[in-house]
Design a protein around this ligand. Sequence first.
Ligand SMILES: Nc1ncnc2c1ncn2[C@@H]1O[C@H](COP(=O)(O)OP(=O)(O)OP(=O)(O)O)[C@@H](O)[C@H]1O
Length: 718
Amino acid sequence: MTELDEAPAAHGGTVVTGPWAAEPMVEAGPVVGEVLPAAGPVAARPAVPLRLDDPLRLPVWMTDRAVARARARRAGLVAGRLAVRSTWRTPAAVARGSWQLGRWWWMWVRAEDLAVELRDPAGRLGKEIFVVREHRKARWIISGGVFGGSSLAEALGAVMVGDWLPVLSVAVGAGAAGLAGRRRAPGGVLAVGGMEPDPRADLAPEHLNAAFRAAGLLKPGTTLVLCAPIVRDRHGRGWETVLDLPRGAGKTAAHAIAKLDVLAAELGVDEIQLILSRVRAHEGGHGRRLSLWVADDDPYLGTPIRSQLIDLDRFDFWKPVPFGRDARGNRIDVLLLWQSAFFGGLPRRGKTFSMRLLVAAAVLDPWCQLWLADGKGGADFRAVAGVAHRYVSGADPDDLTAFEAMLDELISEMSRRFALLASLPASVCPQGKLTPEIMRRYRLPLIPLVIDELQEYFEAVEDEKDRQRIIGKLARIARRGPAAGIMPVYASQRPDAKSVPTKLREIVTYRYCTQVTDKTSSDMVLGDGKARAGADASILSESEHHKGVGVLVTGPASFVVVKADLLENPDFEAVCQRGRELRLAEGTLTGEACGDLASAAASVRFVIPTVIADVLEAFGRRSRMWTEDLLSALVNIDEDTYGEWDGTRLASELEDAGVVRSMKQVKIDGENRAGWLLRDLEGAIPPEALAARPVDGAPSTRAASEPPATPLGSTPAP
Ligand SMILES: Nc1ncnc2c1ncn2[C@@H]1O[C@H](COP(=O)(O)OP(=O)(O)OP(=O)(O)O)[C@@H](O)[C@H]1O
């Protein structure tokens, strides 16, 4: 196993190469400003001026097996259909052609063309009738001459050459009549064998012109401007080109992207097979320039790619996380540093699995402190319990309290970090932001805050005011957290306004949406107007192959459709086990992952006083509690012992057990009341018992002579 040290260098919150970037054309150089021929029955490719020093280029079907196969298949189909259909179509075509030729001859011999020219505005011929008659006479003579001459020639030919000559003449005549009587497709394009041309076999400029015209993007008589020849892409999986919409029609690249569904239908492919993206100014583009790629097949077919994270010993979360691949097979990595993310989509479409790739990367970095809440409390995240600093599973009333306590604690941590960063000298902290050096020196690990099935928490809250308060906290963390190394990743199953509060979504920088039912739901996750701009998760199908495929929006104008790598539950468990070992070795295992304090104390033969043990149990995952709540929780634990206790009795018992109370009033939700802090209670546990927990950075195997590590969260003076 290796560390992913060849991962691209960190760069401010971007996703590496996506199909929106015009790729260099490898097969041929760009031919700027070449005008596509008008739509029509033109089968030939656009004439690219040849120069003597141009390399010899073979037709694509000779160099590309996929195209050769597609062509052969199509030729076979066309020939087969032609053979079957011609049995009844040929006589009909010959009859139609004979009738048309006969009619044409009759019009000609009647000199109708001349008569039309010579008629006065009232439609009379007047004296010109004599000219017309002269012509009629001459044309009858010519017809008679041709007919008589050819009959004589046929008769002589039959005698001198053979009887087959007249038969051949009749066959040629019938063939000509048959050709004249062929059926034509509407618009004048010939439908060979009754089949439409298949752009997958050979995408030609006229296909593009016709599709753009049908989508209302081209005015009659105008054509697209080809900036690069239409070539096979480097993997031979589709056709690609760069083109401009013509000036003067008022149509932009954005208009074309909004018509992606119509264009795909006109090109005879599924929307998922057509990748249209703007070519921006820094790539040499402008408002009318588009990069276009038409895949031969659904680009997401095939077995899912196993996540690289499974085989990594450790990962550096300051680097982009290997996430998946786009339609064209380019790797997509996601740098979560300084960012926040939102995952949405219908159930069972791979939302949690995709999000878990980021979690796995965090788990593999011992300098990441994971705070995680799973609203459903399913099996997907159970393995993080051994690594996570805070882990809330489920959305029952107790879990909801723990969930909010976790948010409060994190907000306090965020404020502490900002205060600390502000106090550091500019030489240590030049940008006022966390750096890997500051992280290690001041024990400020990166904190991914991961919340799956967010809708469960919103639904568990009955009062709208409480819901808004939670949204406010989540939004506050998303807005300010990233600069302090706190990166929220939220996921919700239901793409509606209640489950995906707009206020929250708009702050989050990355948004990922797996399949949804319609454009409105897609916009609900990805942002208003995104579907119109091409980022539309409703084009994903229910196919097994589209599980884990989602639209990843990385900025106001950038998105990519990604097939996420696969990381299944057993692999995730192995990753979590590795993450725990890494933290134990590095002395960074903290919080709930350290386990139950009472059992840790028991392992060093120390018995925690019952009152402290019970109070700790009553605290659960909270960091502070009001006395009245604590007393009722104690009554729940043991009514016989605590039924008669009041605040004074509790204070004196805890004092006797060694608890030193640092403050009598504690603030919860902005309200100060008599209460207790978790850290005061933990302060009463003797050092040996605390040392039995790896919480303070002591690897379980640390030698007695080694100095103790500084606890995470306790910061040395700058
Ligand atoms: N990248 C992937 N490639 C292939 N299959 C995947 C991928 N991601 C997920 N799946 C499959 O899809 C199933 C559902 O995934 P997941 O649990 O992430 O869905 P979800 O959208 O989070 O659903 P829910 O909201 O019900 O939890 C998984 O059990 C897995 O088999």
